[in-house]
Design a protein around this ligand. Structure first.
Ligand code: FAD
Length: 307
C-alpha cells in the first residue's frame, strides 16, 4: 500500500506527486493520461516565470519532473473509491480494469471539463478562435470581435472582462433572460462595446478552414437564422468536475458536483485530500492547481505524521 496515492495527472496531480515524493514517503500516481486539460491547450502565456509555452510541452515537462522521483505511475481510469472503514485505515481506489490500489491517504485531482455546445465547427476551430478560458485567451483577441456564449455568472463575467481587452463583445444567451447576478448584468449593460442577444441558439461555428470567421444562430422566437462576423467565440456554458466516479463514496460534493475541501485541502473524509479544478476552489488555472496540489500533499503528509 502507498502512503499517498494521487489520482489524476494534470498540474494539480503532478505537483501533489512531487511534493509527496520529496517527503520520502511511498507515493503512487494513477491517471487516465498525463497532462490533463493542459494537453488540450496551445498557447499558455500566464504560467508565471515562463512568458510563453504550449500545452503539449508543459504536459511533457510535468511528466518528466514527476518521473525524476520514485513515484509509482499507473495509467488507469478510476471508477470507484472505497474510503477506509476506520480512521487511519487504508482507502481503496478501484480502476476500470478491475484492479485496485490501496493507500493511507489519497489526493484526488481528476480535474474538470468545459461543457461544449456540440455544434458543427466547434471542435474543428478549438484553439483557432473557439476558446473556453477568458483569463487565458482573452489577450489573444485584443481589438477583435468576439462572442461569449452563455449568460450565467461565468458568461457575463467573461463578457465584462473581455470588453476591456477586445474591440467588441456579443453575448448570446439561449433563454429570454440572463441568469447572472443582477449587479453583473447591470455592469454589462453599461459597457459601450457590448451587445446582448437573448433567446438565441447557436447552431454553428463558421470558419475559413484555418480560423473562426463567425457564428450562426437561430432566433428562437421567430425561428429566423442569423449570422455574426467575428474572430473569437468564448464558450461559457459550464465547467463540469470529473467526480462522477465519487458519487457513492460519501465524500461531500457541492451542488455543482465539486469536491468540498478545507484550508489544507482535506475533504469531508479524514485522510482523503483533493486539489485543483475538481474542487470548490475558485478560479480554475494552472498555477492555482499546482499551488493547491502542493498544499494538499503537505496536508496529507501532516495527516500521516499524526495518525
Ligand atoms: P486537469 O488538468 O483537468 O487534470 C485532470 C487529470 O485527472 C488528468 O490527468 C486526467 O486524465 C485525470 N483523470 C480524470 N478523471 C480520471 C479518472 N476517473 N481516473 C483517473 N484519472 C482521471 N489555465 C491556465 O492557467 N492558463 C491557460 O492558458 C489555460 N488555457 C486553457 C485552455 C483550455 C482549452 C483548457 C481546457 C483549459 C485551460 N486552462 C488554462 C485551465 C487549466 O488547464 C486547468 O485549470 C488545469 O489543467 C487544472 O489542473 P488539474 O490538475 O486540476 O486538472
Amino acid at each position: 500500500p502507498f502512503d499517498v496515492l494521487v489520482v489524476g495527472g494534470g498540474p494539480a496531480g503532478a505537483a501533489a506527486a512531487i511534493y509527496a515524493a520529496r517527503k520520502g514517503i511511498r507515493t503512487g500516481v494513477a491517471a487516465e493520461r498525463f497532462g490533463g486539460q493542459v494537453l488540450d491547450t496551445m498557447a499558455i502565456e500566464n504560467f508565471i516565470s515562463v512568458p510563453y509555452t504550449e500545452g503539449p510541452k508543459l504536459a511533457a515537462a510535468l511528466e518528466e519532473h514527476v518521473k525524476q522521483y520514485e513515484a509509482d505511475i499507473n495509467l488507469q481510469r478510476a471508477v470507484k473509491l472505497v474510503p477506509a472503514a476506520d480512521q487511519g485505515g487504508e482507502h481503496e481506489v478501484v480502476f476500470e480494469s478491475g484492479a485496485s490500489l490501496k493507500s493511507r491517504t489519497l489526493i484526488l485531482t481528476t480535474g474538470a471539463r468545459w461543457r461544449e455546445m456540440n455544434v458543427p465547427g466547434e471542435a474543428e476551430y478549438r484553439n483557432k478562435g473557439v476558446a473556453y478560458c477568458p483569463h487565458c485567451d482573452g489577450p489573444l483577441f485584443k481589438g477583435k470581435r468576439v462572442a461569449v456564449i452563455g449568460g450565467g455568472n461565468s458568461g457575463v463575467e467573461a463578457a465584462i472582462d473581455l470588453a476591456g481587452i477586445v474591440g467588441h463583445v456579443t453575448l448570446i444567451e439561449f433563454m429570454d433572460e440572463m441568469r447572472a447576478d443582477a449587479v453583473l448584468q447591470k455592469k454589462l449593460r453599461s459597457l459601450p462595446n457590448v451587445e446582448i442577444i437573448l433567446g438565441a441558439r447557436t447552431t454553428e461555428v463558421n470558419g475559413d478552414g484555418t480560423r473562426v470567421t463567425g457564428l450562426t444562430f437561430e432566433e428562437r422566437a421567430s425561428g429566423e437564422i442569423k449570422q455574426l462576423e467575428l474572430e473569437g467565440i468564448f464558450v461559457q456554458i459550464g465547467l463540469v468536475p470529473n467526480t462522477e466516479w465519487l458519487t457513492d463514496s460519501s465524500i461531500e460534493l457541492s451542488q455543482r458536483g465539486e469536491i468540498v475541501i478545507d484550508e489544507r485541502g482535506m475533504t469531508s473524509v479524514p485522510g482523503i485530500f483533493a486539489a485543483g479544478d475538481v474542487t470548490t476552489v475558485p478560479y480554475k488555472q494552472i498555477v492555482i492547481a499546482m499551488g493547491e496540489g502542493s498544499k494538499a500533499a503537505l496536508g496529507a503528509f501532516d495527516y500521516l505524521i499524526r495518525h
